[in-house]
Ligand binder design. Structure first.
Ligand code: AGP
Length: 609
């Protein structure tokens, strides 16, 4: 999604803005631009394309010289990616950058057109710029506040008023925006990594609050224009955590960070060999009365929820339904008081997940958020919260966030089973001890399977379509494997419950079609092997991800390639089995010449519906 940055201070604004925007590239974008106060005039340079295109354009047209400005990376929503539609946009006295969607922009555009205003672009953003200009009364903060009343939707804005060349303004509703501060300088940004090079101190702008940034400092007012004091936060991520650290891509760096990410996530939540979630407000007393659980999330986070469903139901016998957030919110879901709704989200800002959580609360459910981004909207609004401590995940393709989401799902399932009394303490102690071994197990898989996955990926490069199959937990995992591959390699793929293949999908199998089978659950391995034989006899090229024990018993020729992973507790196998699937996706993407960190059409943080 779009990225906003802004700077006020002594440095060359061009450098700071473009550098900060480069830290938001992971969010996905198709054009970029900056606006800088230069000799009291606002100079705008913007272009369709990537930041390199903006850098080239700045060289071509000459950098505006100045120390105060705003910048933007645009992910097109209203109007195609083009120079004209790129941000910043202006009314004559006001220039803005914008993230999010103005739902009533057509109505506002009609109103402004009737007042004689004309528009250059197709964007909803230009409507806001013109509205601010139309309403401008000499007082920027009052003007912004008045306009907020006219705007519907979720958005964040960085704003410059021509009459006030010593400051920038920021406001948000729903879409995230932070205000960073350092000595003699201040920043706005859509996300913390953008400013880490300059400062780790920041304020979280709340809904409808307006920030004014000058060299003398930052001030805030609420929607009633009353000055407010805000709590200064300090990011515990340093700049290095948001850099590639010698790896060619963030995706492979983040795959390699998974052992640490699991360890960091689980260790503070284990005490005396048992799950310990009390610091997260989760106690056995609170858990024991929940009779229904719904897990709501999108994409990879939803796949973590699928694994969670199997594990929670198995251990605590509480029925769990898993729902895609964009479906949940529009289908009048059956949720009532006394239900638990778990929202899983890396960014904590996914518009559909946030709306689903609010709906669940409205219906009287208790909400538990499992979120990676600290202080994000979902984290702040949930009744209970467990952070996945994966650190910043920059690659659009989620890897370490998924593995930590799984880790939290296990801790939660163990705690719930204890609260419900469905599993004895000794068994939970055994499971916790197995969970604590997972960081090493994941490291082992990375160390021992990477080369093989790299090789197998060379066989997938030319594939047009793939199938992922598995049963039970392996099926839940196949969904994630399939999504990972398609999002970073652009090869069509589907995941299927292995036993369901013969009810239609097997007709897709052609000579040479790759089928990736996951078989880690001992009791159903023979069933999955039968399904593998079925696809193999129809010409499929089978890549089997299975345990070493299963590999030892495989008959010659069942699979074309086998990736063996060490056997751990069966229930925990998704944690290790996902790694080869991530590696296969990563290397297939690289072999096809794609940047896996920034797949086309995708955004890291999906803050629009
Ligand atoms: C994962 O690789 C995807 N890019 C995507 O499916 C993602 O998991 C989804 O958009 C949900 O995001 P969230 O976890 O930030 O809510």
């Amino acid at each position: 999604m779009c990225g906003i940055v802004g700077y006020v201070g002594p440095k060359d604004c061009n450098e700071v803005l473009v550098d900060a925007l480069s830290k938001l590239e992971y969010r996905g974008y198709d054009s970029a631009g900056i606006a800088v106060f230069s000799d009291n005039e606002i100079e705008i340079v913007k272009t369709k394309g990537k930041l390199d295109d903006l850098r080239n354009k700045l060289k071509e047209v000459g950098k505006p010289s100045g120390n105060i400005g705003i910048g933007h990376t645009r992910w097109a929503t209203h109007g195609e990616p083009s120079d004209i539609n790129s941000h910043p946009h202006s009314g004559s006295r006001v220039t803005i950058v914008h993230n999010g969607i103005i739902e009533n922009y057509i109505e506002l555009k009609e109103f402004l057109t009737a007042q004689g205003r004309t528009f250059l672009s197709e964007t909803d953003t230009e409507v806001v710029a013109q509205l601010l200009d139309y309403r401008y009364n000499g007082d920027p903060v009052k003007t912004i506040d008045e306009c907020m009343a006219d705007l519907k939707g979720s958005f964040a804005l960085g704003i410059m008023f021509k009459d006030f060349p010593d400051r920038i303004f920021a406001v948000r509703r729903e879409s995230p925006l932070i205000v960073g501060v350092a000595k003699g300088e201040s920043f706005i940004a859509s996300d913390v990594p953008a400013i880490l090079k300059y400062t780790r101190d920041y304020y979280l702008l709340e809904h409808n609050e307006i920030a004014t940034l000058t060299v003398d400092g930052v001030s805030f007012v609420n929607e009633y224009l009353q000055p407010i004091e805000k709590e200064l936060k300090t990011a515990d991520w340093d700049e290095e955590a948001a850099e590639k650290g010698g790896y060619p891509h963030f995706m492979i760096k983040e795959i390699n960070e998974q052992p640490t990410a699991i360890r960091t996530t689980i260790m503070p939540r284990i005490k005396d060999g048992l799950p310990y979630l009390e610091e997260n407000g989760i106690t056995p007393e609170k858990l024991k009365d929940f009779k229904n659980i719904t897990i709501v999330a999108c994409g990879t986070a939803m796949h973590a929820g699928m694994v969670g469903k199997y594990v929670i139901e198995d251990l605590s016998r509480v029925p769990v339904s898993v729902d895609i957030a964009s479906e949940f919110r529009y289908r009048n879901p059956i949720i009532s008081e006394g239900d638990l709704v778990i929202i899983i989200s890396q960014s904590g800002e996914t518009a559909d997940s946030l709306a689903a959580m609010r709906l669940a609360k409205q219906k009287g459910a208790t909400t538990l958020a499992i979120v990676n981004a600290k202080g994000s909207s979902i984290a702040r609004e949930a009744d209970m919260l467990i952070y996945t401590l994966a650190g910043p995940e920059i690659s659009v393709a989620s890897t370490k966030a998924y593995i930590t989401q799984l880790s939290v799902m296990y801790l939660f399932a163990f705690e719930l089973a204890l609260a419900k009394g469905t599993v004895g303490k000794a068994e939970i102690e055994r499971l916790i001890s197995a969970l604590m071994k997972m960081p090493e197990a994941v490291q082992y898989v990375i160390d021992n399977c990477e080369e093989k996955c790299k090789y197998i990926a060379t066989k997938l490069v030319a594939a047009e379509s793939l199938l992922y199959i598995g049963r039970g937990l392996d099926y839940a995992l196949s969904m994630e494997g399939s999504l990972k591959l398609k999002e970073v390699s652009y090869i069509h793929s589907e995941s299927y419950a292995a036993g369901e293949l013969k009810h239609g999908t097997i007709s897709l199998i052609d000579d040479g079609m790759p089928v990736i089978a996951v078989a880690t659950q001992t009791d159903i391995i023979p069933k999955t092997i039968s399904n593998i034989v079925e696809v193999k006899s129809r010409g499929a090229k089978v890549i089997l991800v299975c345990t070493d024990a299963c590999a030892r018993e495989l008959k010659e020729g069942i699979a074309d390639y086998v990736v063996e992973i060490p056997h751990s507790d069966e229930m925990l196998m998704p944690i290790t089995a996902v790694v080869p699937l991530q590696l296969l996706a990563y290397y297939t993407s690289v072999n096809r010449g794609i940047d896996p960190d920034k797949p086309k059409n995708l955004a890291k943080s999906v803050t629009v519906e």
